[in-house]
Design a protein around this ligand. Sequence first.
Ligand code: UDP
Length: 402
Amino acid sequence: MRRYIEDYRDIVGDEVIYEICKEARKLYGKHILHINSTYQGGGVAEILSAGVSLMNDVGVDTGWRILHGSPDFFTITKKFHNALQGEHIHFTEMKKSLYMQTNEEFAQYTHINHDIIVVHDPQPLPLIRFYKKKQPWIWRCHVDLSNPNPEVWDFLKSFILRYDAVWVSNEKYKSDDLPVEQRVIHPFIDPLSSKNIELPESVIKKYLRKFSIPTDKPIITQVSRFDKWKDPMGVVEVFKLVKEEMDCRLVLCGSAARDDPEATVIYEEVRRKAKPLIKSGDVILITRENNILVNALQRTAAVVLQKSLREGFGLTVTEALWKAKPVVASNVGGIPLQIEDGKSGYLVEPNDVEGFADRVIELMQKPEKAAQMGRRGRKTVKEKFLITRGLLEHIRLLSEFA
Ligand code: UDP
């Protein structure tokens, strides 16, 4: 949906709006291009769909192109993604060659004459090799880079070295062995998107009914792609422990991103593991992409979980905090930037299933404490992780190259 900057006045105030418009002047006449590999599913698409629209609204011509790839290409880049987050990979010449070939083909018919190029994540990273470079190129990496597989990192670095800057989501992801200038820029959410906007009770009920989610028991939810790093299997374990103490229901909502071929495998594993619970209606798995459902679900939940083993930033956490929900989440990646443990939610070590269950039970038993944490969480998001702040940071960083 088309956005206008003044729509955000009520949320952030006039000064912020003015500041954005003022800073945007520095980029007048410049044409910015973002390139990533999916238009839906996952945090990057979420950020681009809202951010690109607003950049244009404040007078900065900003385009968005999507790298086309075969399923095999996305299987390989998913492996690279996993390897960047520390996993072992069988790194063959064939993988490298399909990766390069896809980028080379795309470059052949994708003409670039923009003033600044921002490339997101590893999929389109090598594109830079196939253009006569006439402008600054920025690699915006949304992945947790704190412990990359050395072989893959070394391979990808040969492209990263051609870039003018690398933007990461967390101070901890800056790399010592990279001479390229590295900057931190936090992701953000759009409070007016269908995923985050206030919903009337009637709409919430309608959507829960539509997706056959009963509300006779408290709901615990995790909204995340079916991905091993999001640990949906672990969430089921946590739920089993919680369920021994309190009657409740788990909803796992995880549509598949187009560039994430592993999702079906993980989904099937979860379905097998939770079969009896699914049968009894205590666990509900949802795979359809629907922003209003995500919104309704997060708003209905008694507690929101994010049991990631690795997490670039964790926009689902941001979304839940914005809805003033108590969140129990892993102490990994960008999550501790968002939650102050014991104040605006709980942080638990990722493999501590019992720790997760204890916190969830506590929050369900103490609704006042849960509500207080939720309020503090919302305040943090308002101050640090809304699109308006993101836009301002973006404009300022881009202006350095203008
Ligand atoms: N998301 C969604 N539907 C789903 C699962 C995820 O719309 O079924 C959205 C979620 O609301 C969030 C984004 O995808 O906006 C996930 O971003 P996050 O940073 O949490 O993780 P990523 O998928 O980028 O690793």
